[in-house]
Design a binder for this molecule. Sequence first.
Ligand code: AMP
Length: 310
Amino acid sequence: MNANPTLIVGSLAFDDLEMPSGTFDNVVGGAATYSSIAASLLCPVRLVGVVGKDFPGEVLDSLRARGVDTAGVERAEGRTFRWHGRYSADLSSRTTLDTQLNVFADFRPKIPTAFSTSPFVLLGNIHPALQLEVLAQIERPQLVIADTMNFWIAGEPKLLGEVLKKIDLLVINDEEARDLSGIHNLVKAAADIRRRGPKHLIIKRGEHGALFFDDAGVFFAPGYPLEDVVDPTGAGDSFAGGLIGYIARAKNLAHPTMRRAIYFGSALGSFCVEGIGPRRLLEVTRADLQKRMDAFMALVETGGPVELPE
Ligand code: AMP
């Protein structure tokens, strides 16, 4: 594939999901799983994470079949990381009922030598100390994107501050942006966060789209309107995978590339929520992705110059 490889580090998991449509146990998930599946439609992926003895080999086989190099996925003694979440009736919010770290508790990312020169890097939502360990093991990439969550914002602010100084793009949701900055207004919050390190910032607003902040100002991409949202789990990670996958394929970091990458991320997030766990995402082809991008562009096309009529 004519694209730069992307290194993705993060969780591989079993999720127990409670949704208004029913309860689904032992769903294969994890942030790195979703990001890898999404990114692999656009570029070769190098995955680093840990699974337990209970993780199905067929899942790793299916990732490999998509061009994901799993040489960095360690199989440790013990059980795979497990997350149990419950969604609200309208699927717009969720509560974590249980997190079992299992093999993730002792996870120390080991970046295979062959991965250490990866030009594009996605640091999934893991302990900021581990994100720093990854960065210490690699040569300076062209672009480092990181995700984080409230848990680390509240619990590890100093280490997270170190991460912010070393990354190029932070991808978080609106609640996390407010928690991280202590500022309610998202434009002001973004300016505060960018002052701490990342020159680029994306604030995700779920079905309401995503805001992108850089030196050029603010850019907005809506969420793709769907009739049936089945399971929002992994949407943010699929967004991040699509985003970095597109940039890796475009091989440049110009502002227009970033704008288009955000649309690709949104499109992949929209596919993700159409099925339980990664089920739908796994069946999406490059042709499906192009079709959704065309529909997405038609959605925001005004059909003419936006000028005040005489
Ligand atoms: P998202 O819906 O994009 O936020 O991603 C949900 C995925 O993140 C699920 O598949 C979970 O297994 C995984 N996840 C949930 N909590 C954590 C955590 N504390 N650390 C790493 N991964 C997590």
